[in-house]
Design a binder for this molecule. Structure first.
Ligand SMILES: Cc1ncc(COP(=O)(O)O)c(C=O)c1O
Length: 395
């Protein structure tokens, strides 16, 4: 039996062409890319450089501004912790950092460490009901003592796409450094001018049809000597991230960047949007009251649906759907205690509302037939779980 996969924002499969390009680097071309004394090393080094160029091209940067990491978690840590730790060593450090209220937990956790261990003041930038930065609040929070602002391009739970142009302008006017977690952006939007707007950009291979275990951090060239590494060692990657580069994964990240930036994908994105809208319409037409969260149209990830099923618990729905359909709740389980998602709280949902939310995320492979089957399965699950208190819409 096939499980319908509606969790592409958690991770994508590796595209066939990406896997194909990675394969020779496991066995045939396995030489250490940092082995500078022989031709085999030069060959893998050239392949890694080509991969860095492909990643750079996706965001409009240069290859010497790309640092390969293990994923977006590490990229976010290197960008924020790296910058703040180095700044803390200077005489007159700027001691404030701004993080949007809907950043990924790996960003918010770094914020807590900076507050507790490095004496930074970390402020949260509020967002509106649709998940967009409140620009008046951003303007109000900015001042000369702000070192860094971190705002994600596309949200992983509610799919909101930020207005990076105007955010960048506001931040730069105030002299702060702008880090953008763009892990969810490659599937959602074209990114060829992102490096002109943000000073540091985080990417993740497995959110863009590349392999897991690889990511990248773009660091503007003139900022690189202001970053304290997280990992020390042989000085690879300009000393910013020591350790032997995993050649096949780097090749996979480069190939994924080329694939996701292609014309073919920009066409697929449009089809994805249409299919997602159809899914939303079909869910809204069920007899059960639903509520869509986040924005609509161009300001939303084309494959994202964040939808509340009023009166139901999302975990019960997903439990009832196993093993037929894979999607996720917005809740995160910390120390065994399920908590409503900080993103849903930030857009103003009550605890009760947040507990009813499921994130479905569609990918380029999702078909209309899979959408039809998913809607049928969801309807059956809701009927099964139905409490007499939850009145179907038309009764
Ligand atoms: C917005 C965002 N940032 C960071 C991450 C972490 O990415 P990785 O799994 O590559 O560490 C994720 C993954 O869910 C994400 O969605």
């Amino acid at each position: 039996m096939k499980t319908l996969y509606f969790d592409y924002q958690a991770t994508t499969p590796v595209a066939d062409e990406v896997l194909h390009k990675m394969q020779p680097y496991f066995i045939e071309s396995f030489a250490n890319p940092h082995a500078s004394d022989h031709a085999l090393g030069w060959k893998t080094a050239a392949a890694v450089e080509n991969a860095a160029q492909q990643v750079a091209r996706l965001i409009g940067a240069d290859s010497d501004e790309i640092i390969f990491t293990s994923g977006a978690t590490e990229s976010n840590n290197l960008a924020i912790l790296g910058l703040a730790r180095r700044a803390a060593m200077t005489d007159a450090p700027k001691k404030r950092i701004l993080l949007s209220a809907i950043e990924h937990k790996c960003v918010l956790s770094v914020g807590r460490i900076l507050q507790e261990q490095y004496d930074y003041t970390v402020d949260s930038i509020p967002i509106d009901r649709n998940g967009h930065i409140d620009s008046a609040e951003l303007e109000r929070l900015l001042s000369e003592d702000v070192l860094l602002v971190s705002i994600m391009a596309v949200n992983n739970e509610i799919g909101s796409i930020q207005d990076i142009d105007s955010i960048s302008e506001t931040i730069r006017k105030n002299g702060a450094i702008f880090h953008c977690d763009a892990a969810q952006a490659p599937m959602a939007m074209t990114m060829e001018s992102l490096a002109a707007k943000a000073d540091m950009i985080s990417l993740s291979g497995h959110k863009m049809y590349g392999p897991k275990g690889i990511g990248a951090l773009h660091i503007r060239r003139d900022l690189q000597d202001k970053i304290e590494p997280l990992i020390y060692g042989g000085g690879q990657q300009n000393g910013l991230r020591s350790g032997t580069l995993p050649t096949p994964l780097c090749i996979g990240m480069g190939a994924a960047a080329e694939y996701i930036g292609s014309f073919e994908v920009s066409e697929k994105r449009k089809e994805l949007q249409v299919r997602t809208n159809r899914f939303i319409d079909m869910l809204s037409a069920l007899s059960w009251p639903t509520q869509l969260h986040g924005d609509e149209g161009q300001k939303r990830h084309p494959g994202n649906i964040s939808i509340g099923f009023r009166g139901f618990d999302a975990e019960d729905i997903l439990g009832a759907l196993q093993p037929h359909l894979a999607a996720s709740t917005g809740s995160a389980c910390t120390s065994g205690i399920p908590e409503p998602s900080h993103v849903l709280k930030a857009i103003g949902l009550t605890m009760e509302e947040a507990k009813s939310v499921i994130r479905f995320s569609l990918g380029f492979e999702t078909s209309d037939q899979e959408v039809d089957e998913a809607v049928k399965l969801i309807n059956v699950a809701l009927q099964k779980l139905s409490d007499p208190k939850v009145q179907p819409k038309n009764s």
